[in-house]
Write a protein that binds this ligand. Structure first.
Ligand code: NDP
Length: 265
């Protein structure tokens, strides 16, 4: 029986989620991918130019690996949608070996000082990245325990989950929260041999960096010790390692992949 990997936020060709889905597919996993329901026309102004593919067309590209792919459109911050999606997944595969909580809001209208931060924007960021991961992980980890699957859960946080930054309070809070959540869950699931880890990327060349001007991109590179932006496939390699048996003694950790930036934790 093929193993099954469930990757949230895999709807953009230039993205950590899509790159991870391709790597698992290449390695003969069946794949579940999620993205939101919207089409490109409905994107907020600040996200207009992203390299959006949508889960359905990404699924077609993954099928060439001769595996089963289930694309799901949902809002992961909505617990009812998550519960319905989970039922569909179990009905189709009745198995989940790997969960990658990757979905997140992009660089949006929350990137302002706290004194100007709209309450709804703050909640949106937290609800997608933290509540979304919680809703899905609760169902998946319960399923892994009940089915005695010694799975791997990988939560994608960020350098912003290790140190605070001006104008990023909501994103910082969501990522710090995800880090704490992951540590607690790792302690709870260790006796079942289910491993939980975080991957904390620094700047990675995905759609989220598309709107930076050349000048700002160069400025960003200068803050990175290795003097370059990371690639989505480099993060995918780390995720795959954390899902594999090669990392079977690693749990409760948060692994930086950030070009050498030293973080507080
Ligand atoms: P993108 O920002 O390119 O894509 C985000 C994904 O999340 C998309 O598939 C998007 O779907 C999905 N998503 C957004 N909102 C929701 C929602 N409400 N419900 C379901 N899905 C949703 O991702 P990246 O590849 O850049 O980043 C992936 C992860 O890595 C994120 O968790 C991010 O925080 C983290 N990270 C990325 C860094 C980077 O420089 N790229 C740096 C540090 C951390 P849709 O396309 O339909 O909107």
């Amino acid at each position: 029986m093929r193993k099954v990997a469930f990757i949230t936020g895999a709807s953009r060709l230039k993205g950590i989620g899509a790159s991870t889905a391709f790597l698992f597919a290449k390695n003969n996993y069946d794949i579940i991918i999620t993205g939101t329901k919207r089409d490109q026309k409905s994107f907020p102004k600040y996200e207009k130019d992203i390299n959006w593919t949508g889960v359905n067309s990404l699924a077609k590209k993954l099928e060439k690996f001769d595996i089963e792919v289930l694309p799901i459109e949902l809002d992961i911050s909505n617990e009812n949608e998550v519960e319905s999606a989970f039922s569909i997944i179990i009905e189709k595969f009745n198995r989940i070996d790997v969960l990658v909580n990757n979905a997140s809001t992009g660089i949006g209208e929350d990137r302002v000082p706290v004194i100007n931060l709209d309450n709804k924007e703050f909640m949106k960021v937290i609800k997608v990245k933290l509540f979304g991961a919680f809703y899905i992980t609760k169902l998946v980890s319960r399923y892994m325990v009940d089915s005695k699957i010694e799975g791997s859960i990988i939560n994608i946080s960020s350098t912003a989950g290790k140190s605070g930054n001006a104008n990023m309070a909501a994103y910082n809070a969501a990522n710090f929260g995800l880090e704490g959540f992951s540590q607690a869950l790792a302690m709870e699931l260790a006796s079942r041999n289910i491993r939980v880890n975080c991957v904390a990327p620094g700047p990675i060349r995905t759609s989220r960096l598309d709107k930076l001007s050349k000048k700002n991109l160069q400025k960003l590179k200068n803050t990175i010790p290795l003097k370059r932006i990371g690639e989505d496939f480099e993060v995918a390699d780390l995720i795959y390692f954390l899902a594999s048996n090669k990392s079977k003694y690693i749990s409760g950790q948060s692994i930086n992949i950030n070009g050498g930036i030293i973080t507080e934790r």
